[in-house]
Design a protein around this ligand. Structure first.
Ligand code: NAP
Length: 533
Protein backbone atom coordinates (compact mmCIF):
# COMPACT_ATOMS: atom_id res chain seq x y z
CA UNK A 1 0.00 0.00 0.00
CA UNK A 2 1.37 3.40 -1.00
CA UNK A 3 0.39 6.14 1.46
CA UNK A 4 0.34 9.70 0.28
CA UNK A 5 -1.44 12.99 0.97
CA UNK A 6 -3.05 13.15 -2.46
CA UNK A 7 -3.69 10.84 -5.37
CA UNK A 8 -4.36 12.23 -8.80
CA UNK A 9 -6.08 9.98 -11.29
CA UNK A 10 -4.95 10.87 -14.80
CA UNK A 11 -1.78 12.52 -16.12
CA UNK A 12 -3.18 14.64 -18.92
CA UNK A 13 -2.97 18.42 -18.79
CA UNK A 14 -5.15 18.64 -15.67
CA UNK A 15 -3.32 15.87 -13.80
CA UNK A 16 0.17 17.08 -14.65
CA UNK A 17 -0.42 20.62 -13.40
CA UNK A 18 -2.23 19.30 -10.32
CA UNK A 19 0.81 17.19 -9.52
CA UNK A 20 3.18 20.11 -9.94
CA UNK A 21 0.98 22.44 -7.95
CA UNK A 22 0.49 20.11 -4.96
CA UNK A 23 4.19 19.31 -4.85
CA UNK A 24 4.87 23.03 -4.67
CA UNK A 25 2.44 23.20 -1.78
CA UNK A 26 4.67 20.72 0.00
CA UNK A 27 2.35 17.75 0.28
CA UNK A 28 3.12 14.21 -0.89
CA UNK A 29 1.39 13.22 -4.11
CA UNK A 30 1.24 10.44 -6.67
CA UNK A 31 -0.56 10.18 -9.99
CA UNK A 32 -1.94 7.09 -11.67
CA UNK A 33 -2.26 7.00 -15.46
CA UNK A 34 -3.77 4.32 -17.70
CA UNK A 35 -1.63 5.36 -20.66
CA UNK A 36 2.05 4.67 -21.19
CA UNK A 37 2.96 8.34 -20.93
CA UNK A 38 1.57 11.76 -20.05
CA UNK A 39 -0.73 13.72 -22.36
CA UNK A 40 -4.20 12.27 -21.73
CA UNK A 41 -6.46 12.86 -24.71
CA UNK A 42 -3.41 13.78 -26.80
CA UNK A 43 -1.72 10.51 -25.92
CA UNK A 44 -4.61 8.38 -27.22
CA UNK A 45 -6.01 10.42 -30.14
CA UNK A 46 -3.24 9.89 -32.70
CA UNK A 47 -5.46 9.62 -35.74
CA UNK A 48 -4.24 11.33 -38.91
CA UNK A 49 -5.03 15.02 -38.92
CA UNK A 50 -5.56 15.30 -35.16
CA UNK A 51 -4.97 18.90 -34.31
CA UNK A 52 -6.16 21.25 -31.60
CA UNK A 53 -8.75 23.76 -32.67
CA UNK A 54 -7.80 26.33 -30.06
CA UNK A 55 -4.76 28.31 -31.14
CA UNK A 56 -1.46 26.97 -29.75
CA UNK A 57 -0.59 30.15 -27.88
CA UNK A 58 -3.81 29.88 -25.96
CA UNK A 59 -4.01 26.07 -25.72
CA UNK A 60 -0.88 25.85 -23.58
CA UNK A 61 -0.04 26.32 -19.92
CA UNK A 62 0.14 29.87 -18.62
CA UNK A 63 1.30 29.05 -15.09
CA UNK A 64 5.02 29.31 -15.85
CA UNK A 65 6.39 32.25 -17.77
CA UNK A 66 9.69 30.41 -18.26
CA UNK A 67 7.85 27.50 -19.84
CA UNK A 68 5.93 29.69 -22.28
CA UNK A 69 9.02 31.67 -23.18
CA UNK A 70 11.15 28.60 -23.89
CA UNK A 71 8.57 26.69 -25.93
CA UNK A 72 7.88 27.65 -29.56
CA UNK A 73 4.81 26.40 -31.37
CA UNK A 74 5.37 25.66 -35.06
CA UNK A 75 1.75 26.18 -36.16
CA UNK A 76 -1.20 28.40 -35.40
CA UNK A 77 -3.08 25.19 -34.48
CA UNK A 78 -0.72 22.56 -33.09
CA UNK A 79 -1.02 19.03 -34.35
CA UNK A 80 -1.26 16.07 -32.00
CA UNK A 81 2.42 14.99 -32.14
CA UNK A 82 3.47 18.53 -31.23
CA UNK A 83 1.04 18.75 -28.31
CA UNK A 84 2.20 15.36 -27.04
CA UNK A 85 5.82 16.53 -27.37
CA UNK A 86 4.88 19.60 -25.31
CA UNK A 87 3.20 17.44 -22.62
CA UNK A 88 6.34 15.29 -22.45
CA UNK A 89 8.52 18.38 -22.22
CA UNK A 90 6.42 19.67 -19.31
CA UNK A 91 6.70 16.29 -17.54
CA UNK A 92 10.50 16.36 -17.91
CA UNK A 93 10.92 20.02 -17.13
CA UNK A 94 8.99 19.79 -13.86
CA UNK A 95 10.27 16.30 -13.07
CA UNK A 96 6.78 14.84 -12.86
CA UNK A 97 7.33 11.32 -14.17
CA UNK A 98 8.95 9.83 -11.07
CA UNK A 99 5.67 10.05 -9.13
CA UNK A 100 3.38 8.90 -11.94
CA UNK A 101 2.38 5.23 -12.14
CA UNK A 102 1.93 4.62 -15.87
CA UNK A 103 0.07 1.76 -17.57
CA UNK A 104 -2.09 1.51 -14.47
CA UNK A 105 -5.85 1.87 -14.56
CA UNK A 106 -7.81 2.78 -11.45
CA UNK A 107 -10.73 0.44 -10.93
CA UNK A 108 -11.97 1.31 -7.44
CA UNK A 109 -11.86 4.30 -5.10
CA UNK A 110 -13.53 4.26 -1.70
CA UNK A 111 -13.71 6.86 1.05
CA UNK A 112 -13.07 5.33 4.48
CA UNK A 113 -14.96 7.51 6.94
CA UNK A 114 -13.13 6.14 9.99
CA UNK A 115 -9.70 6.84 8.62
CA UNK A 116 -10.76 9.88 6.61
CA UNK A 117 -8.80 8.52 3.66
CA UNK A 118 -9.41 7.27 0.16
CA UNK A 119 -8.47 3.70 -0.70
CA UNK A 120 -7.62 3.32 -4.37
CA UNK A 121 -7.27 0.02 -6.21
CA UNK A 122 -5.97 -0.52 -9.72
CA UNK A 123 -5.88 -3.21 -12.38
CA UNK A 124 -2.30 -3.95 -11.24
CA UNK A 125 -0.85 -4.94 -7.91
CA UNK A 126 -0.58 -1.42 -6.51
CA UNK A 127 -3.00 0.03 -3.99
CA UNK A 128 -2.96 3.54 -2.61
CA UNK A 129 -4.24 5.35 0.45
CA UNK A 130 -4.60 9.12 0.31
CA UNK A 131 -6.31 11.94 2.14
CA UNK A 132 -7.37 13.61 -1.12
CA UNK A 133 -8.46 11.95 -4.32
CA UNK A 134 -8.39 14.17 -7.40
CA UNK A 135 -10.05 13.00 -10.55
CA UNK A 136 -8.20 14.35 -13.57
CA UNK A 137 -9.79 11.73 -15.78
CA UNK A 138 -10.66 13.98 -18.73
CA UNK A 139 -13.95 14.78 -20.42
CA UNK A 140 -13.29 12.84 -23.62
CA UNK A 141 -11.39 9.75 -22.56
CA UNK A 142 -13.80 6.83 -22.94
CA UNK A 143 -14.15 5.95 -26.66
CA UNK A 144 -17.64 5.00 -27.71
CA UNK A 145 -17.91 1.90 -29.83
CA UNK A 146 -21.17 2.05 -31.82
CA UNK A 147 -23.75 -0.59 -31.21
CA UNK A 148 -23.82 -1.87 -34.82
CA UNK A 149 -25.09 -5.37 -35.35
CA UNK A 150 -22.33 -7.76 -36.34
CA UNK A 151 -19.44 -5.35 -35.76
CA UNK A 152 -17.35 -8.30 -34.63
CA UNK A 153 -17.97 -10.02 -37.97
CA UNK A 154 -15.88 -7.49 -39.87
CA UNK A 155 -12.66 -9.21 -40.95
CA UNK A 156 -10.77 -6.13 -42.11
CA UNK A 157 -8.73 -3.68 -40.06
CA UNK A 158 -10.79 -1.80 -37.45
CA UNK A 159 -9.67 1.37 -35.66
CA UNK A 160 -11.22 3.94 -33.33
CA UNK A 161 -9.85 7.46 -33.69
CA UNK A 162 -9.47 7.73 -29.90
CA UNK A 163 -7.46 4.54 -29.58
CA UNK A 164 -5.16 4.84 -32.55
CA UNK A 165 -2.12 2.57 -32.96
CA UNK A 166 1.15 4.20 -32.02
CA UNK A 167 2.80 3.09 -35.24
CA UNK A 168 0.07 4.73 -37.35
CA UNK A 169 -1.99 3.20 -40.15
CA UNK A 170 -0.98 3.10 -43.81
CA UNK A 171 -4.08 3.52 -45.96
CA UNK A 172 -2.26 3.49 -49.30
CA UNK A 173 -3.95 1.38 -51.92
CA UNK A 174 -6.74 0.41 -49.51
CA UNK A 175 -10.46 0.92 -49.59
CA UNK A 176 -11.61 2.58 -46.40
CA UNK A 177 -14.93 3.24 -44.68
CA UNK A 178 -15.35 5.80 -41.91
CA UNK A 179 -18.34 6.17 -39.60
CA UNK A 180 -18.68 9.51 -37.86
CA UNK A 181 -18.48 13.12 -38.94
CA UNK A 182 -17.74 14.94 -35.69
CA UNK A 183 -14.42 16.72 -35.07
CA UNK A 184 -12.36 13.50 -35.26
CA UNK A 185 -13.97 12.39 -38.54
CA UNK A 186 -13.80 15.86 -40.05
CA UNK A 187 -10.09 16.16 -39.25
CA UNK A 188 -9.10 12.68 -40.41
CA UNK A 189 -11.22 12.39 -43.57
CA UNK A 190 -9.14 14.81 -45.72
CA UNK A 191 -5.89 13.03 -44.78
CA UNK A 192 -7.22 9.50 -45.22
CA UNK A 193 -8.75 10.51 -48.57
CA UNK A 194 -5.32 11.57 -49.85
CA UNK A 195 -3.86 8.13 -49.07
CA UNK A 196 -6.65 5.68 -49.66
CA UNK A 197 -7.69 4.10 -52.93
CA UNK A 198 -11.27 4.91 -52.03
CA UNK A 199 -12.91 6.40 -48.96
CA UNK A 200 -16.59 6.01 -48.13
CA UNK A 201 -17.85 8.41 -45.48
CA UNK A 202 -20.91 7.19 -43.58
CA UNK A 203 -22.63 10.25 -42.22
CA UNK A 204 -25.54 10.13 -39.78
CA UNK A 205 -25.64 13.81 -38.86
CA UNK A 206 -23.71 16.52 -40.69
CA UNK A 207 -21.77 18.98 -38.54
CA UNK A 208 -21.02 22.65 -38.92
CA UNK A 209 -17.33 23.12 -39.60
CA UNK A 210 -15.35 26.34 -39.82
CA UNK A 211 -12.00 26.59 -41.62
CA UNK A 212 -8.89 26.58 -39.42
CA UNK A 213 -6.75 28.59 -41.86
CA UNK A 214 -3.80 26.96 -40.20
CA UNK A 215 -0.44 28.60 -40.90
CA UNK A 216 3.09 28.10 -39.64
CA UNK A 217 4.20 30.51 -36.94
CA UNK A 218 7.22 32.39 -38.22
CA UNK A 219 10.14 33.15 -35.85
CA UNK A 220 9.13 36.84 -35.91
CA UNK A 221 5.53 36.02 -35.00
CA UNK A 222 6.76 33.66 -32.28
CA UNK A 223 8.87 36.44 -30.72
CA UNK A 224 5.97 38.88 -30.92
CA UNK A 225 3.56 36.41 -29.29
CA UNK A 226 6.02 35.72 -26.51
CA UNK A 227 6.20 39.41 -25.68
CA UNK A 228 2.42 39.60 -25.72
CA UNK A 229 1.83 36.57 -23.51
CA UNK A 230 0.96 38.51 -20.32
CA UNK A 231 -1.75 40.50 -22.11
CA UNK A 232 -3.04 37.46 -24.04
CA UNK A 233 -3.32 35.36 -20.91
CA UNK A 234 -5.11 38.14 -19.05
CA UNK A 235 -7.55 38.56 -21.91
CA UNK A 236 -8.23 34.82 -21.96
CA UNK A 237 -8.94 34.76 -18.21
CA UNK A 238 -11.41 37.63 -18.63
CA UNK A 239 -13.23 36.04 -21.54
CA UNK A 240 -16.21 33.80 -22.11
CA UNK A 241 -14.28 31.09 -23.98
CA UNK A 242 -11.03 31.22 -22.02
CA UNK A 243 -9.45 32.33 -25.24
CA UNK A 244 -8.31 35.72 -26.49
CA UNK A 245 -10.34 35.85 -29.70
CA UNK A 246 -12.78 38.67 -30.27
CA UNK A 247 -16.11 37.51 -28.96
CA UNK A 248 -19.73 38.15 -28.28
CA UNK A 249 -19.91 41.87 -28.87
CA UNK A 250 -22.09 41.92 -31.96
CA UNK A 251 -25.71 40.83 -32.19
CA UNK A 252 -26.62 39.32 -35.54
CA UNK A 253 -30.13 40.75 -35.42
CA UNK A 254 -28.87 44.30 -34.86
CA UNK A 255 -27.04 44.32 -38.18
CA UNK A 256 -28.35 45.24 -41.61
CA UNK A 257 -28.13 42.54 -44.29
CA UNK A 258 -24.95 44.09 -45.73
CA UNK A 259 -23.30 44.53 -42.35
CA UNK A 260 -24.22 40.97 -41.44
CA UNK A 261 -22.69 39.46 -44.55
CA UNK A 262 -19.53 41.54 -44.03
CA UNK A 263 -19.28 40.43 -40.40
CA UNK A 264 -19.92 36.77 -41.25
CA UNK A 265 -17.22 36.93 -43.94
CA UNK A 266 -14.77 38.61 -41.59
CA UNK A 267 -15.31 35.95 -38.95
CA UNK A 268 -15.12 33.17 -41.51
CA UNK A 269 -11.73 34.48 -42.60
CA UNK A 270 -10.58 34.54 -38.98
CA UNK A 271 -11.72 30.93 -38.74
CA UNK A 272 -11.40 28.59 -35.80
CA UNK A 273 -13.50 27.54 -32.84
CA UNK A 274 -14.05 31.10 -31.72
CA UNK A 275 -16.66 31.44 -34.46
CA UNK A 276 -18.87 29.73 -31.87
CA UNK A 277 -18.78 32.84 -29.69
CA UNK A 278 -18.63 35.42 -32.44
CA UNK A 279 -22.21 36.66 -32.10
CA UNK A 280 -23.91 37.46 -28.83
CA UNK A 281 -27.36 36.27 -29.90
CA UNK A 282 -26.49 33.26 -32.09
CA UNK A 283 -26.97 30.71 -29.34
CA UNK A 284 -30.00 32.41 -27.85
CA UNK A 285 -32.21 33.48 -30.72
CA UNK A 286 -33.51 31.09 -33.36
CA UNK A 287 -33.71 33.91 -35.91
CA UNK A 288 -30.09 34.94 -35.34
CA UNK A 289 -28.98 31.33 -35.35
CA UNK A 290 -30.69 30.59 -38.65
CA UNK A 291 -28.88 33.49 -40.29
CA UNK A 292 -25.50 32.13 -39.15
CA UNK A 293 -26.47 28.61 -40.28
CA UNK A 294 -27.63 29.91 -43.68
CA UNK A 295 -24.26 31.60 -44.19
CA UNK A 296 -22.39 28.36 -43.45
CA UNK A 297 -24.73 26.41 -45.75
CA UNK A 298 -23.93 28.89 -48.51
CA UNK A 299 -20.22 28.38 -47.91
CA UNK A 300 -20.62 24.59 -48.06
CA UNK A 301 -22.40 24.92 -51.40
CA UNK A 302 -19.58 27.11 -52.69
CA UNK A 303 -16.94 24.55 -51.66
CA UNK A 304 -18.63 21.35 -52.83
CA UNK A 305 -19.13 20.87 -56.57
CA UNK A 306 -21.99 18.37 -56.48
CA UNK A 307 -25.01 20.22 -55.11
CA UNK A 308 -26.70 17.03 -53.85
CA UNK A 309 -23.59 16.15 -51.85
CA UNK A 310 -23.34 19.73 -50.60
CA UNK A 311 -26.95 19.63 -49.48
CA UNK A 312 -26.32 16.40 -47.55
CA UNK A 313 -23.38 18.06 -45.81
CA UNK A 314 -25.50 20.98 -44.62
CA UNK A 315 -26.75 20.51 -41.04
CA UNK A 316 -30.46 21.28 -40.97
CA UNK A 317 -32.03 19.65 -37.93
CA UNK A 318 -30.31 21.42 -35.04
CA UNK A 319 -29.21 25.01 -34.44
CA UNK A 320 -25.72 26.17 -35.36
CA UNK A 321 -23.19 25.65 -32.54
CA UNK A 322 -25.41 23.43 -30.39
CA UNK A 323 -23.40 20.37 -31.37
CA UNK A 324 -19.70 20.98 -30.84
CA UNK A 325 -18.48 23.18 -33.66
CA UNK A 326 -15.79 21.55 -35.82
CA UNK A 327 -12.73 23.22 -37.29
CA UNK A 328 -11.26 21.78 -40.46
CA UNK A 329 -8.64 21.96 -43.14
CA UNK A 330 -10.09 21.08 -46.52
CA UNK A 331 -12.96 18.94 -45.20
CA UNK A 332 -15.73 20.03 -47.54
CA UNK A 333 -13.43 20.18 -50.59
CA UNK A 334 -12.51 16.53 -49.95
CA UNK A 335 -15.94 15.56 -51.30
CA UNK A 336 -14.87 16.90 -54.73
CA UNK A 337 -12.33 14.08 -55.00
CA UNK A 338 -13.11 11.16 -57.30
CA UNK A 339 -12.05 8.64 -54.66
CA UNK A 340 -14.46 9.88 -51.96
CA UNK A 341 -18.14 9.13 -51.58
CA UNK A 342 -20.69 10.18 -49.01
CA UNK A 343 -23.41 7.85 -47.75
CA UNK A 344 -26.32 9.25 -45.78
CA UNK A 345 -26.97 6.72 -43.04
CA UNK A 346 -29.75 8.77 -41.52
CA UNK A 347 -31.80 8.32 -44.71
CA UNK A 348 -30.57 4.78 -45.29
CA UNK A 349 -29.51 3.41 -41.89
CA UNK A 350 -26.88 0.75 -41.34
CA UNK A 351 -28.45 -2.69 -41.05
CA UNK A 352 -25.37 -4.65 -40.09
CA UNK A 353 -21.67 -5.21 -40.57
CA UNK A 354 -20.56 -7.99 -42.85
CA UNK A 355 -17.20 -9.81 -43.19
CA UNK A 356 -16.13 -7.33 -45.86
CA UNK A 357 -17.94 -4.13 -45.03
CA UNK A 358 -21.45 -3.08 -44.15
CA UNK A 359 -25.01 -3.18 -45.36
CA UNK A 360 -27.39 -0.27 -45.18
CA UNK A 361 -31.08 -0.83 -45.74
CA UNK A 362 -30.61 -0.46 -49.47
CA UNK A 363 -26.97 -1.13 -50.42
CA UNK A 364 -23.85 -3.04 -49.53
CA UNK A 365 -20.39 -1.47 -49.19
CA UNK A 366 -17.06 -3.26 -48.97
CA UNK A 367 -13.77 -1.95 -47.67
CA UNK A 368 -10.42 -3.14 -46.28
CA UNK A 369 -10.36 -0.80 -43.30
CA UNK A 370 -13.11 0.64 -41.11
CA UNK A 371 -12.41 3.74 -39.02
CA UNK A 372 -14.79 4.51 -36.17
CA UNK A 373 -14.84 8.23 -35.46
CA UNK A 374 -17.82 7.69 -33.21
CA UNK A 375 -16.88 9.80 -30.22
CA UNK A 376 -16.90 9.32 -26.48
CA UNK A 377 -18.95 8.60 -23.41
CA UNK A 378 -18.19 12.20 -22.58
CA UNK A 379 -17.75 14.02 -19.30
CA UNK A 380 -19.04 11.31 -16.95
CA UNK A 381 -17.86 8.07 -18.63
CA UNK A 382 -14.35 8.07 -17.17
CA UNK A 383 -15.73 8.65 -13.67
CA UNK A 384 -18.54 6.12 -13.76
CA UNK A 385 -16.20 3.49 -15.23
CA UNK A 386 -14.40 3.53 -11.87
CA UNK A 387 -16.30 2.04 -8.94
CA UNK A 388 -16.22 5.20 -6.80
CA UNK A 389 -17.72 4.87 -3.32
CA UNK A 390 -18.32 7.81 -1.01
CA UNK A 391 -19.74 8.03 2.51
CA UNK A 392 -21.95 5.11 3.56
CA UNK A 393 -20.63 3.26 0.55
CA UNK A 394 -22.78 5.25 -1.90
CA UNK A 395 -21.76 4.64 -5.47
CA UNK A 396 -21.14 7.61 -7.77
CA UNK A 397 -22.60 5.68 -10.68
CA UNK A 398 -25.83 5.15 -8.75
CA UNK A 399 -25.90 8.72 -7.51
CA UNK A 400 -25.74 9.85 -11.14
CA UNK A 401 -28.40 7.41 -12.37
CA UNK A 402 -30.66 10.33 -13.26
CA UNK A 403 -27.84 12.52 -14.49
CA UNK A 404 -24.64 14.07 -13.17
CA UNK A 405 -24.92 16.35 -10.13
CA UNK A 406 -22.07 18.33 -8.66
CA UNK A 407 -21.16 21.50 -6.88
CA UNK A 408 -19.30 23.70 -9.40
CA UNK A 409 -18.21 20.61 -11.32
CA UNK A 410 -15.48 20.46 -8.69
CA UNK A 411 -16.97 18.46 -5.83
CA UNK A 412 -19.79 16.01 -5.16
CA UNK A 413 -21.95 15.76 -2.04
CA UNK A 414 -21.29 12.47 -0.25
CA UNK A 415 -17.73 12.25 -1.61
CA UNK A 416 -15.54 14.13 0.87
CA UNK A 417 -12.02 15.17 -0.07
CA UNK A 418 -12.63 14.23 -3.69
CA UNK A 419 -12.28 16.85 -6.41
CA UNK A 420 -13.07 16.58 -10.11
CA UNK A 421 -11.03 18.60 -12.59
CA UNK A 422 -13.38 19.75 -15.36
CA UNK A 423 -16.20 17.73 -13.88
CA UNK A 424 -19.76 17.96 -15.23
CA UNK A 425 -21.22 21.29 -14.13
CA UNK A 426 -18.10 23.29 -15.00
CA UNK A 427 -17.43 25.13 -18.30
CA UNK A 428 -14.85 22.49 -19.33
CA UNK A 429 -15.50 21.45 -22.93
CA UNK A 430 -17.15 24.77 -23.84
CA UNK A 431 -13.98 26.72 -23.15
CA UNK A 432 -10.23 26.44 -23.64
CA UNK A 433 -9.57 23.21 -21.75
CA UNK A 434 -6.03 23.97 -20.63
CA UNK A 435 -7.09 27.21 -19.00
CA UNK A 436 -10.08 25.40 -17.48
CA UNK A 437 -7.63 22.82 -16.04
CA UNK A 438 -5.44 25.58 -14.63
CA UNK A 439 -8.35 27.36 -12.99
CA UNK A 440 -9.52 24.14 -11.30
CA UNK A 441 -6.03 23.12 -10.24
CA UNK A 442 -5.38 26.53 -8.69
CA UNK A 443 -8.74 26.51 -6.88
CA UNK A 444 -8.16 22.99 -5.51
CA UNK A 445 -4.61 23.81 -4.42
CA UNK A 446 -5.77 26.93 -2.58
CA UNK A 447 -8.57 24.94 -1.00
CA UNK A 448 -6.19 22.26 0.30
CA UNK A 449 -3.83 24.97 1.59
CA UNK A 450 -6.78 26.58 3.36
CA UNK A 451 -7.81 23.27 4.95
CA UNK A 452 -4.28 22.72 6.18
CA UNK A 453 -4.03 26.23 7.61
CA UNK A 454 -7.35 25.78 9.40
CA UNK A 455 -6.47 22.31 10.61
CA UNK A 456 -9.55 20.91 8.84
CA UNK A 457 -9.42 17.23 7.92
CA UNK A 458 -12.01 17.20 5.27
CA UNK A 459 -14.20 19.14 2.94
CA UNK A 460 -17.45 18.06 1.40
CA UNK A 461 -20.02 19.78 -0.81
CA UNK A 462 -23.38 20.35 0.90
CA UNK A 463 -26.40 18.73 -0.72
CA UNK A 464 -28.24 22.07 -0.87
CA UNK A 465 -25.32 23.75 -2.62
CA UNK A 466 -25.09 20.88 -5.07
CA UNK A 467 -28.83 21.02 -5.80
CA UNK A 468 -28.74 24.76 -6.33
CA UNK A 469 -25.70 24.55 -8.62
CA UNK A 470 -27.16 21.70 -10.68
CA UNK A 471 -30.38 23.69 -11.09
CA UNK A 472 -28.39 26.78 -12.09
CA UNK A 473 -26.39 24.81 -14.70
CA UNK A 474 -29.63 23.51 -16.20
CA UNK A 475 -31.38 26.87 -16.12
CA UNK A 476 -28.44 28.52 -17.84
CA UNK A 477 -28.41 25.83 -20.54
CA UNK A 478 -32.17 26.13 -21.01
CA UNK A 479 -31.84 29.85 -21.69
CA UNK A 480 -29.84 28.90 -24.79
CA UNK A 481 -30.47 26.78 -27.86
CA UNK A 482 -27.92 24.15 -26.74
CA UNK A 483 -30.43 21.60 -25.41
CA UNK A 484 -32.10 21.47 -28.84
CA UNK A 485 -29.44 19.23 -30.36
CA UNK A 486 -28.87 15.57 -29.66
CA UNK A 487 -25.32 16.26 -28.60
CA UNK A 488 -22.80 14.57 -26.38
CA UNK A 489 -23.06 17.66 -24.13
CA UNK A 490 -26.42 16.15 -23.14
CA UNK A 491 -25.29 12.53 -23.16
CA UNK A 492 -27.57 11.96 -26.16
CA UNK A 493 -24.90 9.99 -28.07
CA UNK A 494 -24.85 7.15 -25.54
CA UNK A 495 -27.98 4.99 -25.55
CA UNK A 496 -29.57 4.93 -22.10
CA UNK A 497 -27.49 7.81 -20.70
CA UNK A 498 -29.71 10.32 -18.85
CA UNK A 499 -30.21 13.52 -20.83
CA UNK A 500 -28.81 16.27 -18.67
CA UNK A 501 -26.87 19.21 -20.08
CA UNK A 502 -23.44 18.72 -18.49
CA UNK A 503 -21.15 21.69 -19.18
CA UNK A 504 -21.78 25.11 -17.61
CA UNK A 505 -22.69 27.56 -20.37
CA UNK A 506 -22.16 30.77 -18.38
CA UNK A 507 -18.62 31.25 -19.67
CA UNK A 508 -15.14 31.03 -18.19
CA UNK A 509 -14.94 34.46 -16.52
CA UNK A 510 -18.39 34.31 -14.91
CA UNK A 511 -17.66 30.82 -13.64
CA UNK A 512 -14.18 31.50 -12.29
CA UNK A 513 -15.45 34.63 -10.49
CA UNK A 514 -18.13 32.51 -8.83
CA UNK A 515 -15.53 29.95 -7.72
CA UNK A 516 -13.32 32.72 -6.30
CA UNK A 517 -16.21 34.30 -4.43
CA UNK A 518 -17.16 30.97 -2.89
CA UNK A 519 -13.59 30.49 -1.66
CA UNK A 520 -13.40 34.09 -0.35
CA UNK A 521 -16.60 33.48 1.60
CA UNK A 522 -14.95 30.65 3.51
CA UNK A 523 -15.86 27.90 1.02
CA UNK A 524 -19.54 28.66 1.01
CA UNK A 525 -21.62 25.58 0.28
CA UNK A 526 -19.02 23.19 1.72
CA UNK A 527 -18.65 21.51 5.11
CA UNK A 528 -15.12 21.95 6.43
CA UNK A 529 -14.50 19.64 9.36
CA UNK A 530 -11.88 18.15 11.59
CA UNK A 531 -12.27 14.50 12.47
CA UNK A 532 -12.58 15.05 16.18
CA UNK A 533 -15.36 17.65 15.89
P1 NAP B 1 -18.49 13.17 -31.91
O1 NAP B 1 -18.44 14.62 -32.09
O2 NAP B 1 -19.37 12.62 -30.84
O3 NAP B 1 -18.88 12.55 -33.31
C1 NAP B 1 -19.19 11.21 -33.42
C2 NAP B 1 -19.73 10.95 -34.80
O4 NAP B 1 -20.02 9.56 -34.92
C3 NAP B 1 -21.02 11.69 -35.07
O5 NAP B 1 -21.04 12.07 -36.41
C4 NAP B 1 -22.08 10.63 -34.78
O6 NAP B 1 -23.30 10.83 -35.44
C5 NAP B 1 -21.37 9.39 -35.31
N1 NAP B 1 -21.88 8.18 -34.71
C6 NAP B 1 -21.78 7.81 -33.41
N2 NAP B 1 -22.38 6.61 -33.23
C7 NAP B 1 -22.86 6.23 -34.43
C8 NAP B 1 -23.58 5.10 -34.89
N3 NAP B 1 -23.93 4.13 -34.06
N4 NAP B 1 -23.92 5.04 -36.19
C9 NAP B 1 -23.57 6.04 -37.01
N5 NAP B 1 -22.90 7.14 -36.66
C10 NAP B 1 -22.54 7.23 -35.37
O7 NAP B 1 -17.03 12.55 -31.63
P2 NAP B 1 -15.60 13.11 -32.06
O8 NAP B 1 -15.59 13.52 -33.47
O9 NAP B 1 -14.60 12.14 -31.61
O10 NAP B 1 -15.46 14.43 -31.24
C11 NAP B 1 -15.80 14.47 -29.86
C12 NAP B 1 -15.28 15.73 -29.27
O11 NAP B 1 -13.88 15.62 -29.05
C13 NAP B 1 -15.41 16.94 -30.13
O12 NAP B 1 -16.71 17.44 -30.15
C14 NAP B 1 -14.39 17.85 -29.52
O13 NAP B 1 -14.86 18.44 -28.34
C15 NAP B 1 -13.29 16.89 -29.19
N6 NAP B 1 -12.32 16.86 -30.28
C16 NAP B 1 -11.58 17.98 -30.45
C17 NAP B 1 -10.69 18.01 -31.47
C18 NAP B 1 -9.87 19.23 -31.64
O14 NAP B 1 -9.50 19.94 -30.76
N7 NAP B 1 -9.58 19.55 -32.82
C19 NAP B 1 -10.54 16.94 -32.32
C20 NAP B 1 -11.31 15.81 -32.12
C21 NAP B 1 -12.21 15.79 -31.09
P3 NAP B 1 -24.50 11.60 -34.69
O15 NAP B 1 -24.07 13.02 -34.64
O16 NAP B 1 -25.67 11.31 -35.52
O17 NAP B 1 -24.60 10.99 -33.31
Amino acid sequence: MINTDAIIIGAGFGGMYMLHSLRKLGISVRAIEAGGDVGGVWYWNRYPGARCDNESVTYSYSFSDKLQQEWSWPDRYAEQPEILKYARHVADRFDLRRVIHFNTRVTYAKFDENKNRWLIKTDGESEFSARFCIMATGCLSVPKIPDIKGLKNFKGELYHTADWPDEGVDFSGKTVGIIGTGSSGIQSIPIIAKQAKHLTVFQRTPNFSIPAWNVPITPEKDQKQKKEYPALRRKARDSMAGDYGEENVIRVLDLTENERQAEFEKRWLQGGFNYQYAFADALESHDANELVAEFVHKKIHQMVNDSDVAELLCPKDYPFGTKRLCVDTGYYETFNRDNVSLVDIKGTPIKQMTHNGLQTINAEYTFDVLVLATGFDAMTGALTNIDIRGKENISLKQKWDDGARSYLGLAIAGFPNMFTINGPGSPSVLVNMILACEQHVEWITNCIAHLNERGADHIEAKVDAENAWTLHVNEQANRTLYPQANSWYLGANVPGKPRVFMPYVGGFKVYSDKCDKIAENGYEGFFLETNDQ
